[in-house]
Design a protein around this ligand. Structure first.
Ligand code: PEP
Ligand code: MG
Length: 585
């Protein structure tokens, strides 16, 4: 049995069997197979080599036809290398002698070949790039088959990977993947956010789980405490089956809250809305008693499809969401691509510092046709039900004004074309960068509402990458600087009489929600599974009591002191929400 501690990012506790998803661009870990599987591994290697040669042959023919024989020579060289037994023989020998997987043997074989070229005179050193190229091609065949193997599994698979992109996570089929665990990652990465949206328990930042796990072994994922247990013993399995039962009872007790209003004991209403990445999440929000959608992360349209969404794709998604909401508000955030979402995976030259790069509204303002396509779809959808529009990552008044200007432009086009839309749609902004928070009183003159995005506000205020497990201990929304910014934004909103909500992940955490209510927030937008627990909290406190707690929290001078104080208070207010094994921060 091996117990690994990581970061809890998506709740739930499950028991299942490991399925390792390797990445051809990274070192393939050494994994052994049972003696009876050696033949199958040899066959997999042969198939991958043959398929690669076939692919290269086709490429050589196309290139020769289009660009001439000279240009096609490189493929002939690649085919020659792959067909050379001095490359494949050691791979085969390694599988037979060491009983390792085909991908590990191939990876090692290519590494050795690269080393041989590296030791030769300079003129041969360029061949190292060719070896890398070939290695990627062959490994893609070996590992690419993993995705289709994953879809045909007949056991409850728990995916183990070095890291997962939001698009990979989005592609998981809930019937086959019941949880995942990764070596890298942070709590507010979009991979983690998507795991919560899909209701898949997940633990990230486990360090080296990919080298310790092998296909088919038993594993427990504890998405509450951020623990993964490989090959658990009988006593641990029995303990966890008990925990799973206990959680089921707790979840059932939350279901009773759906119908009840979200009002504090002294009669103050705290509106609870849901965050979504796709319209299919709306029923869960309504069932939990959510009053609408406070954040629709529309960029997930790009992450889940194979091509750029058309105006109709956008429109259909929004119209569907509006229909499902039956008159409740839909807050559509315009696409927030970049950083860990989409653009970096697909670009030839990834940015050196993508969180500070061409992301979000900046990207939209440079990709005007794409942006206008989305704005048209949003406005067309506004004819079918109540919506609000929200721009992400606003850092300056110019950006907000440009966004509004473009929206007006699109309104004129639609009016000219005689297409119906709501001319009075509210246009607000995310406050998720310190510059916007500091200038909240200025923005409040122009924005119809604010939505505080703590995921990014924490990252940019504390200079802590939200997806980097190495600094996860420094990523804390309870930092006094973040609390002060939130307090100032709420005050600015109140002075100008515009609504302020919070839609960052921490709004769904009970200790932080307590603080937000105390700071004066009256709308929280959270992931659907957090609506009921937060409602229980709201119904258990008075607004005056929260205000008092917030004042005390604001007098403390460190994130750790504020976190500890709030945790203690929540434990006193709602002891039943804790079973003695709550997530560690
Ligand atoms: C945020 O930054 O808090 C937010 C809600 O936006 P996202 O997580 O999509 O960056
Ligand atoms: Mg954000």
């Amino acid at each position: 049995m091996e117990i690994l501690k990581g970061i809890a990012v998506s709740p739930g506790v499950v028991v299942g069997r490991v399925f390792v998803l390797d990445d051809p661009r990274r070192k393939v870990p050494r994994r052994t197979v049972p003696p009876e599987q050696v033949h199958a591994e040899l066959a997999r290697l042969d198939e991958a080599l043959t398929a690669s040669v076939k692919e290269l042959t086709e490429m050589r023919q196309t290139t020769a036809r289009e660009l001439g024989d000279e240009a096609a020579k490189i493929f002939a060289f690649h085919i020659g290398m792959l067909s050379d037994p001095t490359l494949s023989r050691p791979m085969r020998e390694r599988i037979s002698a060491e009983r390792v997987t085909a991908e590990y043997a191939a990876w090692m074989g290519f590494q050795d070949a690269a080393k041989r070229f590296g030791a030769m005179p300079d003129v041969f050193k360029t061949k190292i790039d060719d070896v890398r190229d070939l290695s990627l091609r062959v490994l893609r065949h070996l590992l690419g088959a993993q995705a289709s193997r994953l879809a045909t599994l007949n056991h409850r698979a728990i995916v183990i990977a070095k890291d997962l992109t939001p698009s990979q996570t989005a592609a998981f089929d809930r019937n086959h993947v019941i949880a995942f665990a990764t070596d890298l990652g942070g709590k507010t990465s979009h991979t983690a956010i998507f795991a919560r949206a899909l209701g898949i328990p997940a633990v990230v930042g486990l360090g080296n789980i990919t080298s310790l796990a092998s296909d088919g072994i038993d594993i427990i994922i504890d998405g509450e405490r951020g623990v993964a247990i490989l090959s658990p013993d009988q006593a641990t399995l029995a303990e966890y089956h008990g925990i799973i039962e206990q959680r089921r009872t707790y979840q059932l007790s939350l279901e009773e809250l759906g119908e009840l209003p979200s009002i504090t004991r002294d009669g103050v209403q705290v509106h609870l809305l849901g965050n979504i990445e796709m319209p299919d999440e709306i029923p869960a929000i309504l069932e939990a008693g959510g009053e609408g959608v406070g954040l629709y992360r529309t960029e997930f349209l790009y992450l889940t499809g194979n091509s750029e969404p058309t105006e109709e794709d956008h429109f259909r998604a929004y119209q569907r969401a509006i229909e499902m909401l039956r008159g409740k508000i839909l807050t559509i955030r315009t696409v927030d691509l970049g950083a860990d979402k989409y653009t970096q995976e697909r670009t030839e030259n990834p940015e050196r510092n993508p969180a500070l790069g061409l992301r979000s509204i900046r990207y939209c303002l440079q990709a005007l046709p794409m942006f206008k396509t989305q704005l048209r779809a949003i406005l067309r959808a506004s004819a079918f039900g109540p919506i609000k529009v929200m721009f992400p990552l606003i850092t300056s008044t110019n950006e907000f004004r440009q966004g509004k200007y473009l929206l007006n432009d699109v309104m004129e086009d639609l009016a000219d074309e005689g297409i119906a839309f709501d001319r009075n749609v509210d246009v607000g902004m995310m406050v998720e960068v310190p510059s916007a928070a500091i200038m909240a009183d200025v923005f409040a003159r122009e924005a119809a509402f604010f939505s505080i995005g703590t995921n990014d506000l924490v990252q940019y205020t504390l200079a802590v990458d939200r997806i980097n497990e190495r600094v996860a201990n420094l990523y804390n929304p309870c930092h006094p600087a973040v609390v002060k910014l939130i307090r100032d934004v709420v005050r600015a909103g109140r002075r100008r009489d515009i609504p302020v909500s919070c839609c960052g992940e921490s709004a769904g955490e009970l200790d932080f929600a307590l603080l937000l209510i105390g700071l004066g927030l009256r709308t929280l937008s959270v992931t659907s599974s957090s609506i009921a627990p937060v409602k229980r909290l709201v119904r258990s406190v008075t607004a005056a009591q929260c205000g008092e707690l917030a004042r005390k929290a604001c007098s403390l001078d460190s994130d750790l002191a504020i976190s500890a104080y709030l945790r203690d208070q929540v434990r006193k207010i709602l002891p039943e929400a804790f079973d003695g094994r709550s997530a560690e921060h």
